[in-house]
Design a protein around this ligand. Structure first.
Ligand SMILES: [Mn+2]
Length: 357
């Protein structure tokens, strides 16, 4: 197994590449969507949190990520000893009508095909995505971690409707008419996702790129009044079975899966790693169940992370694990300290498991 590190768009620079490598990472998962450009609430020194207005403006609908742009980042990362394992998340500007079943759907499926082919040409093996209308919304922050560390969590359901012009917690049309998105059913969301897979998996197979689905974070039955796709561990199986292919796989988020009210995290790790469906892992711990849970330090929450690593090892998982989010630690660099702590713990845990101690 390999230690990876997730970097947001504004962190794709030499300073952060060096920091990730110093933490022991050999691989990167990078975000090309900028969640910090225009949000009132998202702080560049923490994970994005947002408010009712989401994470600010989506990107340029007419500007798809180019080969040159991605290859340049890849080259710079390589110069720092880091290999890019995945690009995480599509830009809502490029696929809002795929999620919404809107008038630009056909054109935007072509956008996604172009992006998949480009990423394949650069040589990055995975694209992580989250097929969700509300996206990652409804979470709050508090000093709930060990020693009063500031962490993110959920304190009750969040069902304030999504305003028109917003999708996936970002604004893709700031001139949208007033009013809210009409709620859809879970069946309709699954139908849209099935069409997405049918259109894109053949292209992903050809391009040599795995599409990896993140479960719904937070995994409540609805967020902002809209259904979730994967908010219980067994729904991952439905997603896999909808279009069987080695390129239809999972961005396996331990924290989100453990937040789910049903199932058991160890069974989920066993079931999906045995099927070799884990493209990469978000290695994050949590306390409680949605809609009342808190993220924790990696060694503090409900999940026995060593037990998880032993299951992964037994089932032959050799892929990348990234810390996902970490608590903010009280010092001059709260994000850096939290991430470094997580990486140090993971390095030691991986050594123990890989050498059968
Ligand atoms: Mn995650």
């Amino acid at each position: 197994m390999k230690l990876g590190f997730g970097l947001y768009r504004h962190q794709l620079n030499a300073e952060h590449f060096r920091f990730a490598r110093q933490c022991g990472a050999t691989h990167l998962v990078i975000h090309l969507v900028d969640y910090f450009r225009s949000s009132r609430r998202n702080q560049p020194g923490d994970q994005p949190l947002g408010d009712d207005a989401g994470w600010g403006l989506a990107g340029d609908p007419d500007q798809l990520w180019t080969f040159e742009e991605i290859a340049t980042i890849q080259k710079e990362a390589a110069a720092h000893g880091l290999q890019i394992e995945a690009i995480e998340n599509f830009d809502p500007a490029h696929w809002h009508d795929v999620l919404l079943d809107g008038p630009k759907k056909a054109q935007q499926l072509e956008n996604l095909k172009t992006i998949i082919r480009t990423v394949g040409r650069v040589g990055i093996p995975v694209i992580g995505y989250n097929f969700s209308l509300a996206g990652v919304a409804g979470r709050v922050k508090g000093a709930w971690g060990r020693g009063g560390a500031e962490v993110v969590g959920m304190d009750g359901a969040y069902d304030k409707p999504i305003p028109k012009g917003m999708i996936w917690n970002m604004v893709y049309d700031k001139n949208a008419p007033a009013g809210n998105l009409a709620p859809i059913t879970a069946e309709e969301l699954w139908r849209r996702h099935g069409e997405f897979l049918d259109a894109l998996i053949p292209v992903a197979e050809e391009a040599g790129v795995t599409l990896a689905a993140h479960p719904d974070d937070p995994p409540t039955p609805t967020v902002r009044g809209q259904p979730r796709l994967v908010n219980q561990p067994q729904l991952y199986q439905k997603l896999i079975d909808r279009r069987p292919s080695p390129r239809n796989a999972l961005e396996f988020c331990l924290g989100t899966l453990a937040e789910m009210p049903e199932g058991n995290i160890y069974d989920a790790v066993e079931t999906y790693s045995r099927q070799r469906k884990l493209a990469y892992v978000h290695f994050r711990n949590v306390r409680g169940k949605a809609p009342h849970y808190q993220e924790t330090f990696v060694d503090e929450g409900d999940i026995d992370m060593l037990r998880v690593l032993r299951i992964l090892k037994r089932n032959g998982f050799t892929g990348v694990l990234i810390p996902d989010h970490a608590p903010q630690m009280t010092c001059a660099a709260p994000w850096h300290a939290g991430m470094a702590y997580a990486c140090g713990w993971m390095q030691a845990a991986l050594k123990i498991v890989e050498t059968n101690l």
